[in-house]
Ligand binder design. Sequence first.
Ligand SMILES: O=C[C@H](O)COP(=O)(O)O
Length: 259
Amino acid sequence: MPNNTRTRLIAGNWKMNKNYTEGVQLAQDLANELGHDTHGVEVVVCPPATDLKGVSGVIEFDRAPFGLGAQNVYWEASGAFTGELSCDMLKSVGCTHCIVGHSERRDYFGETDGDINLKVKALLAAGIVPISCCGESLEVREAGNQVDFVVGQIRADFDGVELESGDQLVVAYEPIWAIGTGKTATPEDAQEVCGAIRAALVDIFGADIASQIRVLYGGSAKPGNVAGFLAEEDVDGALVGGASLVAADFAAMVERAAE
Ligand SMILES: O=C[C@H](O)COP(=O)(O)O
């Protein structure tokens, strides 16, 4: 278990996988694998928008021990924004968390730090916990600029953001070169950047709040390597892509986090 007071968090990002029927099935399989006790580890799954209501039903009726997160949100409350979802819509289907700033949204859909800043503020105002992603490209890492780059993202994404407590926000460090590639950062690589993220959070929010914000590692995390990341002082969990699509693997990661 961690030597700090932060509750470990294992979050699954299903990305654009699993239709409604498959998503409900995966949630039920995960509920069966986990049983009713996650031994002090918080678990969240983030299915595609079309699956949210169905997975919410599994959480409610099967008493599944995980929370529900969306993968995206728009900051306006309502109106003519075709294709977008508001915070209120996410809340109405039971979302407690929402991923923002994933590198896939930044790279493929042109999301900027300014967009992410507005999304973080809208989610906080709605009482939804943002899982705010950051991470450097291979080019940035090879130039040795990963810490400066990620701290710059954090400062821009949280500019003007105010928190009352550290459990309102989660940060996920995901080096882009490690996402879905099978190449993982080493635990030491993760700690270098997650430690710098924590220091930046202290600067932005103050030491008390920053000490309670969970910082996750993401990028080819799986049952066989997650314990190494969790052993690092500033890594409080994982944001899991591919391995979250296999109930037994994701449950095994939760088990590792409980050890
Ligand atoms: O949000 C999750 C990350 O992009 C990691 O994905 P991955 O575990 O498939 O590498």
